[in-house]
Design a protein around this ligand. Structure first.
Ligand code: FER
Length: 306
């Protein structure tokens, strides 16, 4: 099915803001928000698959929506039956306001630290706030018929973890650039609560910043070891990776993907999208931009939840 450059859709999804509190790594608590896309006809009685989509360096919870046709991609896909309607969440990984901190280029160490710290916030603040409000397979949304959690904090955390783990194949994460980096971090730290990963134009910085290029083998090994550490198999996850041939990230991502391809006991790489547990698409003539990478989300849509 072809993605139209722009198509007016009669049945549009809507965007709602979910606010939540999150401590930064220095212990200061921030009130933050995520934008949540609800598909047309969202029915609180039904559980939905959910995709968390993360912005790039210097971005925020609005970046994907402001800078790409991503909302229209979802509207078109769901109106035309490309896949079942799902909820999409756009959080912000920064605690600070990035425009006040980024003048020229990126401070890779600082960004990587921010992204890593966000992993705890994602699990403990973002996901609970969103999935208690809207009905997902975690069944945390009481109005949707889901169960409410126990009062006792420790017990509540375990119950929450359990339900997120059981519903992991209905939860995906992806992102652009530093959001791709966020996605790889989520692979290493949250493979138990996410089933599908879409790192777009960003390599894995879990070994070191630009690790995909400088430490390809070590990075690939860390990712393979993660799968084993969680006790998962080839069938338990999907990696839908993409970038562009004129994208600065292609030089970091390609060596990492090549190293991962060697580890065939864990990564079942296939050229054909939808086969194996790992695909890698390089778009022709595409630079490092939201306006390019949203096309990959369209192409991968039928594969995210199946
Ligand atoms: C990458 C290339 C560029 C990458 C991140 C960037 C995480 C970020 C660039 C920026 O924010 O300016 O491979 O991987």
């Amino acid at each position: 099915m072809k993605l139209h450059k722009w198509k007016d859709i009669d049945f549009r999804g809507r965007i709602e803001r979910v606010e939540y509190e999150a401590p930064d790594y220095q212990g200061k608590t921030w009130t933050k928000y995520a934008n949540v896309y609800l598909p047309y006809g969202y029915d609180e009685k039904k559980p939905y698959n959910i995709l968390y989509l993360i912005h790039g360096g210097g971005g925020n919870a609005d970046a994907w929506l402001d800078c790409s046709q991503i909302k229209n991609v979802f509207d078109q896909a769901f109106a035309e039956g490309l896949c079942d309607p799902f909820i999409a969440v756009f959080p912000c990984f920064y605690s600070w306001i990035p425009s006040q901190h980024r003048t020229r280029g990126i401070d890779a160490e600082a960004e990587n630290k921010q992204v890593r710290n966000f992993q705890k916030e994602l699990e403990e603040c973002v996901i609970p706030a969103v999935e208690r409000r809207f009905h997902t397979f975690a069944e945390l949304n009481a109005e949707g018929g889901g169960h409410t959690l126990a009062n006792d904090a420790q017990h509540e955390r375990e119950t929450l973890k359990g339900t997120l783990q059981r519903s992991r194949r209905h939860r995906a994460i992806g992102g652009f650039s530093m959001g791709g980096c966020t996605t790889w971090w989520a692979f290493t730290e949250h493979l138990d609560i996410f089933g599908t990963f879409l790192p777009l134009s960003g390599d894995c910085w879990a070994v070191a910043p630009k690790g995909g290029a400088d430490y390809s083998k070590e990075t690939a090994q860390l990712l393979a070891d993660t799968v084993k550490k969680y006790g998962f198999d080839k069938d338990d996850f999907k990696l839908l990776i993409a970038t562009g041939d004129k994208d600065i990230a292609v030089h970091n991502l390609t060596p990492q993907v090549e190293a991962m391809k060697q580890l065939t006991d864990v990564f079942d790489y296939r050229d054909e999208v939808g086969r194996g547990n790992m695909n890698y698409v390089i778009k022709e003539d595409a630079v490092h931009a939201y306006e390019e990478v949203y096309h990959h989300v369209w192409n991968y849509l039928p594969e995210i939840f199946d």
